[in-house]
Design a protein around this ligand. Sequence first.
Ligand SMILES: [Zn+2]
Length: 194
Amino acid sequence: MCEWLKKIFLRPEEETVEEKEIKILQEQLSNEKELNNNLKKQIEEVSQFGSGDINLIYIRLNGKNQTIMIDENENLSESFIVKEFISGDNHSKIILHEKIVFILQLLRDYYNRPIIITSGYRTKNYNDSLRGSSKNSKHLEGKAVDFLVKNINPKDVQDFIRKNWQLLGIYGLESSADNHVHIDIRESDRLIEF
Ligand SMILES: [Zn+2]
């Protein structure tokens, strides 16, 4: 409908389909923005706490981004417990996306061997202390994990991921590492290797 016809036939309060769609899109975008802002705030808050606090706070990232008080020995899935994902500086809070646990459990079941997690969540302080770590590491957001599958060469695991990344939901793979496997769930439509 052209502009002048619209003016004649539509009352001012009426919206065209197009306008409605734009509004819905804008709403979705602002929701996403809010979620991202919340996440940033949570990451900052978590970084302010020192180690040695009695309770472990687990910020479970999913559609809702829940904050839960949790025991470090509690199971996150059949084979993985909270403790395994604690930051290397023994920080008392962790941020972890549930997809990471889900992917690890898939790999655990596929190989039918123990998986040793070498780095899960990282606080900013801890990440900065690691040589060669990225300032924007996905470990800071709880969206990355480094691990080993017992008695399997990390290069073989990387090959498996390269073939099945879509199925597994993995979007980042550190292909230069030969002593561990790094995977992450960055936002991407393809597998990013670095
Ligand atoms: Zn890593």
